[in-house]
Design a protein around this ligand. Structure first.
Ligand SMILES: C[S@@+](CC[C@H](N)C(=O)[O-])C[C@H]1O[C@@H](n2cnc3c(N)ncnc32)[C@H](O)[C@@H]1O
Length: 293
């Protein structure tokens, strides 16, 4: 199954928007719920609360078929009255970054920084911004929303994620493109069996997990299951100090397309010991995907 990436079109406000499938609003129901619960719990305890969106898009989505318009993750974040105090956005496509800049300007949002860089580089710039902010304003809490497209080359590497989160109280909400990574590993496994696998075939996926090609090659002997990839990534995040992923309910939410084929999983990770509890609460209140079709 080919995974569709969002395309650009004009929104009703005259700025570019992402054209997306109807499953997108499901992903956003978790983000909205996180922000609500986060704001309730943190607004009195923490004066500075940051939102990092490494793959922000332009801020507006147009649903394929219905042509309905929805706010993208940046507008969801800035729209909460007590959610965050500082915003850091990035999108490699300068058309998206420019449209977002205009939308935020129209809403009078000033306490934000917008980059248009590969996420890999943006993570380093934002890491420096966060360190400066901590120096100026004191310690803070926040969320980094990591919402790449399906190609493993789009996903930020473990090295860059380490730079962004090291010593920071940043929760992570990650769109983990399980299907795409499985398909890519399946193709690599066929090449491996035929003896035609090149080290560069594994570069993108190895960078995500922070392992080298020879280590990854061991996994090609058996078929990489969804659970295997999710567990491997969880172990990877543990190396960054993230320990609290899941509640007793277990399973990460899976986002499916309109024919119910799984596309990706949402991974939540926190360094805080109540992170699992927090996520369980978020999951209970998020819209079940079944209600969309
Ligand atoms: C899934 S969309 C993000 C949507 C947005 N987070 C939202 O929920 O409204 C992914 C975005 O990442 C951007 N992108 C793709 N590869 C990237 C990269 N390597 N670095 C930064 N941005 C990238 C695309 O231009 C696209 O706008």
């Amino acid at each position: 199954m080919q995974i569709e990436e969002p395309t650009l079109e004009m929104g009703s406000d005259g700025l570019v928007a992402l054209r997306v499938g109807p499953w997108w609003t499901h992903k956003h129901s978790y983000l909205r719920r996180y922000i609500d619960i986060f704001a309730r719990g943190m607004k009195r305890k923490w004066q500075t609360r940051v939102f990092v969106d490494l793959y922000s898009g332009p801020g507006l989505l147009v649903e394929r078929g219905s042509n309905r318009e929805y706010e993208g993750s940046p507008l969801i974040a800035v729209g909460h009255p007590t959610g965050f105090t500082h915003y850091f956005f990035n999108d490699v496509d300068s058309r998206n970054a420019e449209a977002l800049k205009q939308r935020l300007k129209r809403r009078g949002i000033a306490n934000c920084r917008i980059y248009s860089l590969p996420a890999e580089q943006a993570a380093l710039n934002i890491a420096a911004d966060l360190r400066r902010l901590r120096f100026e304003a004191g310690d803070f809490v926040g969320l980094a929303f990591i919402d790449p497209v399906g190609s493993p080359h789009s996903m930020v590497s473990l090295t860059a994620l380490t730079a962004l989160t090291d010593g920071m109280r940043l929760d992570l909400l990650i769109t983990f493109h399980t299907q795409s990574y499985k398909r890519m590993l399946g193709q690599a496994a066929s090449r491996y069996r035929r003896g035609t696998l090149q080290v560069q075939d594994l570069e993108g996926i190895c960078a995500i997990f922070g392992i080298d090609a020879s280590e990854m090659a061991q996994f090609l002997e058996k078929r990489a299951s969804t659970r295997f990839l999710l567990d491997l990534y969880q172990k990877t995040l543990q190396r960054l100090g993230y320990h609290f992923f899941e509640s007793e309910e277990g399973i990460e939410p899976v986002i499916r397309n309109t024919v119910k084929a799984p596309l990706y999983h949402l991974i939540f990770a926190s360094k805080h010991e109540r992170g699992g509890e927090f996520w369980a609460k978020i999951k209970r209140g998020a819209t079940p995907q079944g209600s969309f079709w």
